[in-house]
Write a protein that binds this ligand. Structure first.
Ligand code: SAM
Length: 279
């Protein structure tokens, strides 16, 4: 893999937020990314002996079950643009004793890997963040062997209370720190139909798209906030001036669990699968 990386500003900024979350990402006692990653590997039908690429591997929610599925005769390459994610996941892979798993810093927009090499390309909760998902999906198509499978996930629907909690936090962000609205790149994934169309436009056949709900449990509002710090949504917490944070967190507690009790949130994940034609 080439050592020279040239990335878009948007991807650089996104990865920087994840880099700051890497140490606690998916490690604050909430079952969130793990079950989604395992389900992606299962649905993509990863088999022993396969060569698998995991795009935007984060802390290994897809990578680790993929390594288990390919077994000692297969190989898994994980790429991520956040160097701390890569360092920590590499260390996890070494601790787990998996010599056939490689983790590298690389851009999901156009991974610098040999064409027609992989039996399966997986991308868990990353493609919708890219400035241009269509060329990225076309790049993964080139990386697949004929007959190879693509599996991607996106967020189909957030729990209304999650959206309300983030909206509550957003009201504490000073106007000069507010982010401009998203550029519309998420529109491609707005519905099951548009998601399927996107994969077909990228060249995939036998496209299927299905939405699946996942439940996550939190002890209380503090646990919820610790979880928000641990992933990409931390960007909103970082935009709140430290002196305003206590008031913002008190408002979130009022919205989420006024009595101080536990809470459950349901997140619906969209699984999109496709195949590179045989010839
Ligand atoms: C929501 S996380 C998902 C991580 C993992 N796939 C999972 O399911 O837990 C998105 C990951 O994509 C990475 N990422 C974002 N933009 C990227 C890009 N352009 N190239 C490579 N990785 C990127 C982030 O650093 C982060 O680790």
């Amino acid at each position: 893999m080439s050592n020279r990386i040239s990335v878009s500003r948007a991807s650089h900024d996104t990865a920087a937020v994840f880099d700051r979350s890497a140490a606690t990402y998916d490690r604050v006692g909430v079952e969130f990314f793990g079950p989604m990653g395992r389900e992606l590997v299962r649905r993509a039908g990863v088999r022993p002996g396969q060569q698998v690429l995991d795009v935007g591997c984060g802390r290994g929610a897809v990578l680790m079950p993929a390594a288990q599925a390919v077994g000692p005769d297969g190989d898994v390459v994980g790429i991520d643009l956040a160097p701390t994610m890569v360092d920590l996941t590499r260390a996890d892979v070494a601790t787990a004793g998996l010599p056939n798993v490689r983790v590298e810093v690389a851009d999901a927009e156009d991974p610098p890997l040999p064409e027609a090499t992989f039996d399966t390309v997986l991308a868990g909760l990353v493609v919708f963040m890219l400035p241009a998902p269509l060329p990225a999906l076309r790049a993964y198509h080139r990386l697949l062997r004929p007959g190879g499978r693509l599996g991607v996930t996106t967020f189909a629907a957030y729990d209304p209370r999650f959206s309300e909690a983030l909206g509550t936090l957003a009201r504490h962000v000073p106007p000069e720190r507010r982010q401009p609205p998203a550029t519309g790149r998420e529109d491609d994934f707005a519905t099951r139909e548009s998601t399927g169309d996107l994969l077909r436009r990228a060249g995939y056949h036998q496209v299927t798209v299905e939405d699946v709900p996942f439940e996550s449990r939190f002890r209380d509002s503090d646990h919820f906030v610790a979880w928000v710090w641990s992933h990409g949504s931390r960007a909103i917490l970082e935009s709140i001036p430290p002196e305003r944070l206590p008031a913002a967190l008190a408002d979130v507690a009022d919205v989420l669990s006024p009595g101080g009790g536990s809470l459950r949130l349901t997140t619906t994940i969209r699984f999109a699968l496709g195949t590179r034609a045989d010839s």
